[in-house]
Design a protein around this ligand. Structure first.
Ligand SMILES: C[S@@+](CC[C@H](N)C(=O)[O-])C[C@H]1O[C@@H](n2cnc3c(N)ncnc32)[C@H](O)[C@@H]1O
Length: 217
C-alpha cells in the first residue's frame, strides 16, 4: 500500500482486501476534524479521553492531539487496531499539523508500541480485534467508531461491540461515526445510545450516539 491524497491534500490508503480507502475522498483531515473531533465535542473538553476503533493512519489521533495541544489540555487516547500499519508507511503520511507531527515523529520511533506518553498525554494501543479487546468501563468521554464500512467489515458494527463501547463511555459521552447504515443505527439504539442524525460532508448524514441511558445487563 502507498499513500494517496484526498481532496483536502491529506493522505489516505486504499486497502486491497476490504476494497475501500481508509478515509473519504473529500478529505482525511476534514473528516477527522468535522466528524470525530467536533461531533463528539472533544475539541471543547477540558480532559478528553478518547476510545477509537481503528487507529489506521492515526489521522484522527493527530487531529485530536493538535486540538488538545493548542488548548493546553492533556489528551488520553485508547485505540484498538487489528492490523497495525508499518512505521515506514506511516512516516509517508504526514499532516499539516505542526505540533502533533512532532509527537508523531516520536511515536514512530517506538511504533508499533502499546503505550506512549509525554507532557501531551498518553496513547495506549490494544492490538487485536475490538470484539474481544479489554475495554475500560465508564472511562471514555468520546468514542470514534472508524472501521471500514459495515458492508465489508461488519464485526465492529455489531450489537455486542456497540454494547461494549457503550459500557466504556461515561454517561453523556458521544460516539461518532461516518456510517448511516440502518441496521447499525438500530443496533446503536438497542445498545443504549440516543441516536442523532447529523449532516455529513461528502455524504448526506453521519451518526452520533449519546450515552444517555444506563447500559443494560
Ligand atoms: C477506516 S480505517 C481507520 C482510519 C483511522 N481512524 C485514521 O484516523 O487514520 C479502519 C481501521 O479499522 C481497523 N479494523 C477493522 N476491523 C477491526 C476490528 N475488528 N478490530 C480492530 N480494528 C479493526 C483496520 O485495521 C483499519 O486500520
Amino acid at each position: 500500500m502507498e499513500p494517496i491524497l484526498t481532496q483536502d491534500g491529506t493522505p489516505t490508503l486504499f486497502h486491497p482486501v476490504y476494497g475501500e480507502a481508509y478515509h473519504p475522498r473529500q478529505g482525511a483531515l476534514l473528516q477527522a476534524r468535522r466528524l470525530y473531533l467536533e461531533k463528539t465535542l472533544t475539541h471543547l473538553h477540558p480532559a478528553p479521553r478518547v476510545l477509537e476503533v481503528g487507529l489506521g493512519l492515526l489521522v484522527n489521533f493527530r487531529v485530536t492531539l493538535e486540538s488538545a495541544l493548542r488548548r493546553g489540555v492533556r489528551l488520553r487516547y485508547l485505540a484498538v487496531e487489528r492490523e497495525p500499519l508499518p512505521p515506514e508507511l506511516l512516516a509517508k503520511a504526514r499532516l499539516p499539523l505542526s505540533r502533533a507531527e512532532e509527537v508523531f515523529e516520536e511515536l514512530l520511533r517506538g511504533w508499533p508500541g502499546e503505550r506512549f506518553s509525554g507532557p501531551w498525554g498518553e496513547l495506549r494501543v490494544v492490538f487485536g480485534d475490538v470484539r474481544d479487546a479489554p475495554l475500560p468501563r465508564g472511562w471514555a468521554t468520546a468514542v470514534y467508531l472508524d472501521p471500514f464500512s459495515p458492508r465489508v467489515n461488519p464485526e465492529p458494527w455489531s450489537l455486542s461491540v456497540l454494547q461494549r463501547l457503550r459500557g466504556a463511555l461515561r454517561l453523556g459521552g458521544r460516539l461518532a461515526t461516518y456510517s448511516a447504515q440502518r441496521a447499525f443505527r438500530l443496533a446503536l439504539k438497542e445498545a443504549g445510545f440516543a441516536l442523532h442524525r447529523v449532516p455529513g460532508v461528502g455524504k448526506r448524514e453521519w451518526t452520533v450516539g449519546i450515552a444517555a441511558k444506563v447500559p443494560r445487563g
